[in-house]
Design a protein around this ligand. Structure first.
Ligand code: XUL
Ligand code: CO
Length: 438
């Protein structure tokens, strides 16, 4: 059965194409430096937004036209798998990602849920034998069901902690079975509403205990995918423990977990934390912990996680700048944790939206690569910090200075030779590269 009959295989037609169902900039085979676009970008389709989001928002019910809308239960789950692999193939998507509850309905007990899961995972496994699309990561949804009202690994209820552990145990087994490149932990409700009823110390200790158990179990079953933490400062909880990358690093270091984890950085989570997307990528990169990316964008006029498909070329360029400087994403990829707007309810919009996101990152890749190749920022930055290459600056970075030697040096300085940071000029250069690279 065909689910998207109005869509054929999406091809690259170049920047002048007027075909809404064609790539204008994403040309998977095109070489950028030492890799193809496909190898750099490693795009992933998010199962939840693409196959389970029905358009519901706090003020209105589902409105998405989907070829599987008439189905329920396991029939619905199976139709979604069929539709998913059709979409992956037509879009030429190298990866996909899912939560356990996205792919199979929950039963009344975990035993029943796992039975449903096993059946659908078997079906996915069969599809994957002939499909090029691989699993970038899977995760456990530990935030939607009412049992997670007070969190999962940070719940005040030990039964919920146990249930969550069993869910992640199953998730790791599924990850191993499907050859997932990563396993993601997004702490949906791992945070608090009010300190008046919260034992923050115990909650964070428990979260660390939970992560250690996950590390141990992955070792036990031989799952060698990368563990990723996805920071988010708020929503649904008022304050989430994995606030941002820096907070996450401090947590991982405190509990001796840093060697086992990297970060999955989401653009819209970065902006909710009051950072730019590229800031979060930079913090992870300079700490050797840039793992993967949830590629989307927020709306500066809205204070919540709008999960829009990325279109902002400044942002995709600066993100790709960090990713190239990182030497690529390794096992990670660019997962479109993004949903079509409620008004874009036609099935074909799922393709149009992904094409838009893929083209936006392809532009970012090409422009960022050129900026790096031409050493535009590198040369400027090297010059800006040159005082650390000689004299007292060299002593400082080589650990040869102390407060006394620095005082000796500083006491009689009469003039400081600061230079302009020239940020306007650099922004204009970025504009120039954006407008002239294609
Ligand atoms: C929620 C979010 C999640 C994670 C996976 O804001 O980003 O979808 O990516 O649980
Ligand atoms: Co995400």
């Amino acid at each position: 059965m065909t689910y998207f009959e109005n869509v054929s295989k999406i091809k690259y037609e170049g920047p002048k194409s007027k075909n809404s169902l064609a790539f204008k900039f994403y040309n998977p085979e095109e070489k950028i430096g030492d890799r193809t676009m496909e190898e750099w970008l490693r795009f992933g389709v998010a199962y939840w937004h693409t196959f389970t989001y029905d358009g519901t928002d706090p003020f209105g019910s589902g409105n998405m036209i989907r070829p599987w809308n008439h189905l329920t239960g396991m029939d619905l789950a199976k139709a979604r798998v069929e539709a998913a692999f059709e979409l992956f193939d037509k879009l030429n998507a190298p990866f996909f990602c899912f939560h356990d509850v996205d792919i199979a309905p929950e039963g009344t007990t975990l035993r029943e849920t796992n039975k449903n899961l096993d059946e659908i995972v078997g079906m996915i496994e069969d599809y994957m034998k002939t499909s090029k699309t691989k699993l970038l990561w899977n995760t456990a949804n530990m935030f939607s069901n009412p049992r997670f009202v007070h969190g999962a690994a940070t719940s005040c209820n030990a039964d919920v902690f146990a249930f969550s552990a069993a869910k992640v145990k199953k998730g790791l087994e599924v990850a191993k079975r499907l050859g997932a490149e990563n396993y993601v932990f997004w702490g949906g409700r791992e945070g608090y509403e009010s300190l008046l009823n919260t034992d923050m110390g115990l909650e964070q200790d428990n979260l660390a205990r939970f992560f250690h158990m996950a590390v141990d179990y992955a070792k036990e079953i031989g799952f060698d995918g990368q563990f990723l933490i996805e920071p988010k400062p708020k929503e649904p909880t008022k304050h989430q423990y994995d606030f941002d990358v820096a907070t996450g690093i401090a947590f991982l270091q405190k509990y001796n977990l840093d060697q086992y984890f990297k970060f999955n950085i989401e653009a819209n989570h970065a902006t909710l934390a009051g950072h730019t997307f590229e800031h979060e990528l930079r913090v992870a990169r300079i700490n050797g912990m840039l793992g993967s990316v949830d590629a989307n964008q927020g709306d500066p006029l809205l204070g919540w996680d709008t999960d829009e498909f990325p279109t902002d070329l400044y942002s995709t360029t600066l993100a790709m700048y960090e990713i190239i400087k990182n030497g690529g994403l390794g096992k990670g990829g660019l997962n479109f944790d993004a949903k079509v707007r409620r008004g874009s309810f036609e099935p074909e919009d799922l393709f149009r939206a992904h094409i838009t996101g893929m083209d936006s990152f392809a532009v970012g890749l090409k422009v960022a690569h050129k900026l790096i190749e031409d050493k535009v920022l590198d040369d400027f930055i090297a010059k800006r910090y040159r005082s650390f290459n000689e004299g007292i600056g060299k002593d400082i970075v080589e650990g040869k200075a102390n407060f006394k030697t620095l005082e000796d040096y500083a006491l009689d300085i009469k003039e400081f030779h600061n230079e302009s940071g020239r940020v306007e000029e650099l922004r204009a250069l970025l504009n120039q590269y954006l407008l002239t690279t294609f």
